[in-house]
Design a protein around this ligand. Structure first.
Ligand SMILES: Nc1ncnc2c1ncn2[C@@H]1O[C@H](COP(=O)(O)OP(=O)(O)OP(=O)(O)O)[C@@H](O)[C@H]1O
Ligand SMILES: [Mg+2]
Length: 347
């Protein structure tokens, strides 16, 4: 967990004169979008860095009260996609609309509707939580009683009211992450965009962060969330877009995505030996549809997984592989990713 000495360059807390404070509430009933339309519409976004196409013709929308997850491995294009959505990066092609307002790198109008929580924490460690929020609130032109009230509301939302007067340097990684989320809520955005907010935090803090986001989603905020943890996407997101090599390769509810895989189970073996040879041997077995190696783990996708175990273990013996553990899981998002790309989502 890094300690920031101050807000990162690309903090959502932009210079005061580029922001207007909206009098809309962050928390509004579901369905209260712009004439019932999506709160966020991203259409045909593309962006290259040199020869590398980081985001490739990506389109999706998020409704008010909906939590949409972009799920993909390291380097898939998640951060680039959301920097385009937030108007922090110029798109090569495509458009972004938030609450009916166009967002782009060169205009400020739609940006006031967005609360952006960057991948890295950007807080002042030697200020208290309340002082940090007050500072960012002033950037959003909140003053006096209105500012104090909003800071208290936000401390409640992120469940840090009792630590409000403690300096941020004394906070756990998870608490800093929650405060970072709080800083993005001061101006009552209508779309909250979070870039992997649980990376590197302990399970308890992760739970608290997910709960805070769930509460905000339930109360009507549109949420765009990126993660490479499929459990988080499954738990938090109403709909999920799977992104790989810059392209959105599938989209739907967790249930819809999993149903694409059909009745295929995931077999995970932790093993030592010549794992590529073992995976190759597995590929030729009846009922095995994918075999992929990551470090000391072999991931298989199989029809009737339990029935395939004897042949899989026999292939291990034949290739001199020593299996330390085997797990068979019913279809889940990890299986969807394996099914669609032939590689495991986890690194
Ligand atoms: N400023 C940049 N200059 C050059 N290449 C970049 C830049 N930003 C991103 N890329 C490249 O674009 C691709 C997508 O990167 P991006 O950061 O969007 O992925 P990500 O899905 O957010 O990954 P992670 O899970 O590691 O955060 C990568 O190949 C990355 O190296
Ligand atoms: Mg990223």
């Amino acid at each position: 967990m890094q300690d920031a000495t101050g807000p990162a360059k690309e903090s959502p807390h932009q210079s005061p004169d580029t922001l207007t404070v909206t009098d809309t509430t962050a928390v509004r009933p579901p369905g209260h979008g712009v004439d019932g339309e999506a709160m966020l519409t991203a259409a045909h976004l593309s962006r290259s860095f040199g020869q590398r196409l980081a985001v490739d013709d990506v389109s999706f929308h998020v409704a008010p009260g909906e939590t949409y997850g972009l799920l993909g491995p390291n380097g898939a294009g998640k951060t680039t996609a959301i920097r385009l959505v937030c108007g922090l990066l110029t798109a090569d092609t495509g458009t972004v609309t938030v609450a009916g307002l166009r967002v782009s790198a060169t205009t400020t109008v739609g940006k006031a509707q967005i609360g952006y929580v960057p991948q890295d924490v950007s807080l002042y460690p030697d200020l208290t939580a309340r002082e940090n929020l007050s500072f960012f609130g002033r950037l959003y032109r909140l003053r006096g009683t209105a500012l104090r009230q909003r800071v208290d509301e936000v401390l409640d939302l992120i469940d840090l009211r009792d630590r409000g007067d403690d300096r941020v340097e004394s906070f756990s990684g998870g608490m800093k992450r929650r405060l970072n989320i709080g800083a993005s809520l001061l101006h009552r955005p209508r779309l909250l965009v979070l870039d992997e907010p649980t990376v590197g935090v302990d399970p308890q803090s992760r739970h608290a962060i997910l709960e805070s986001i769930q509460t905000l989603g339930t109360a009507g905020l549109a949420v765009l969330y990126t993660t490479h943890y499929m459990e988080e996407a499954e738990r938090l997101c109403d709909r999920i877009g799977i992104i790989d090599h810059g392209a959105l390769i599938a989209e739907g509810t967790s249930r819809e995505l999993v149903s694409q895989v059909g009745q295929k189970d995931r077999i995970t073996l932790v093993a030592t030996g010549s794992l590529p040879a073992f995976a190759q041997a597995c590929r030729s077995l009846e009922g095995i549809e994918h075999a992929d190696v990551t470090d000391s783990t072999v991931h298989l996708l199989a029809r009737d997984g339990r029935l395939r175990l004897p042949q899989v273990l026999e292939a291990a013996t034949r290739t001199g592989t020593s299996v330390r553990s085997v797990e068979v899981d019913e279809p889940d998002l990890e299986a969807v990713f394996l099914h669609l790309t032939g590689t495991a989502l986890r690194e």
